[in-house]
Design a protein. Structure first.
Length: 344
């Protein structure tokens, strides 16, 4: 039976996309890909160039190609980059590591060093960190431009669906095994089942280059919810969703009239004060609207002295129908301290 992800109205307002590849999800999924043989020429060429040394073999023991992989290997902090994600792995409490490695041991014979790791051996945890760093630098970093290109292309395709057809169509366009109906997202596959109630936490959608078959997610329902799915825009969809990105009426329906206007103002680049003046509201209200757009990946903000400057991300430019020359880098700068950051 499929997994049912239950949304409330609040969860729909907290639906966000990763605005760049998640390095630790890509790392974990690439370990899965090393152990599978699929009819995928790109992955076959990549796999042929990977040397399986002792460090890689150790990581493969934590990431079997089917079934459970420990959730602590893909922490929420990795959304900010590899170094932040690695720090998140190293901060994992020993009790959680032990519990997750016990789940892994139920499905496969654990390596001896992982038993020491489960008992809180910090030197083993540091060795794991060194192994992840070495693998990321040797195996993933040389291909990172291709990974970013695939994720950027996927985000552009989804943003066009969002702008032209709305949230329901967006959720139905993610993958053939994902369907939106009756206020829930249904994910099919023999690796998922049951229910996940978002309970107001929202859902973070993470397109991933090395996710080549079925969408996946964290096993622990208590962790910040994510859905990781293949970053592969489908050609048939491209023709279907090419209708008028940035249509003013569709944007207003999707974002609300005020935030749709704010997004168009930010396309020219502006400060918080200028944004408030141009949309006819106070600076504090303008800051709030910018924060919502920023949390959705449409806007990036940067502090310059005593002012905060807002600009479109690449995703925001695509939503407005701007060409690539008018778009900013996909990853937004850290939120400035002029407004609270909405939850993920």
């Amino acid at each position: 039976m499929p997994l049912r992800i239950r949304f409330s109205t609040a969860d729909l307002t907290r639906l966000t996309f990763a605005t760049r590849p998640d390095p630790l999800w890509e790392l974990l999924l690439s370990l899965h890909a090393l152990q599978t043989r699929a009819t995928d020429p790109l992955l076959d060429r990549w796999r042929a160039g990977v040397t399986i040394d002792s460090g890689t073999r150790a990581l493969l023991r934590l990431a079997p190609p089917r079934g459970y992989s420990p959730d602590f290997l893909t922490p929420d902090e990795a959304s900010a980059g590899f170094e932040d994600g690695l720090a998140g792995v190293l901060r994992t409490p020993a009790r959680r590591i032990a519990a997750e490695l016990a789940l892994l041991a139920n499905r496969s014979v654990p390596p001896r060093w992982s038993v020491r790791l489960a008992h809180g051996d910090r030197s083993e945890l540091n060795d794991l960190g060194h192994g992840l760093t070495e693998y990321h630098g040797r195996v993933l970093r040389p291909h990172w431009a291709r990974i970013e290109e695939a994720v950027d292309s996927e985000l552009a395709a989804r943003s066009r669906v969002l702008a032209a057809q709305g949230t329901d169509a967006l959720l139905n366009s993610l993958h053939p095994q994902v369907a939106w109906r009756d206020g829930s997202l249904h994910v099919a596959g023999d690796h998922v089942n049951g229910e996940l109630d978002l309970a107001g936490r929202g859902l973070r959608l993470v397109p991933a280059y090395f996710c080549r078959q079925s969408p996946t997610l964290l096993a622990d329902p208590g962790l910040p919810p994510v859905l990781v799915y293949p970053a592969a825009a489908r050609p048939a969809e491209a023709a279907e969703i090419s209708a008028a990105p940035g249509d003013p009426a569709a944007l207003a329906d999707l974002l609300g009239a005020t935030r749709a206007t704010a997004l168009r103002v930010i396309a020219d680049g502006c400060t918080t004060t200028e944004l408030g003046q141009r949309i006819g509201t106070t600076s504090s209200s303008a800051s709030y609207h910018a924060a919502i757009l920023r949390s959705s990946g449409l806007v990036a903000s940067r502090r310059n002295g005593t002012t905060v400057i807002h600009r479109l991300t690449r995703l925001g430019a695509d939503v407005l129908g701007h060409g690539p020359t008018g778009s900013s880098p996909a990853a937004p700068a850290p939120p400035p301290p002029d407004a609270p950051t909405p939850g993920r």
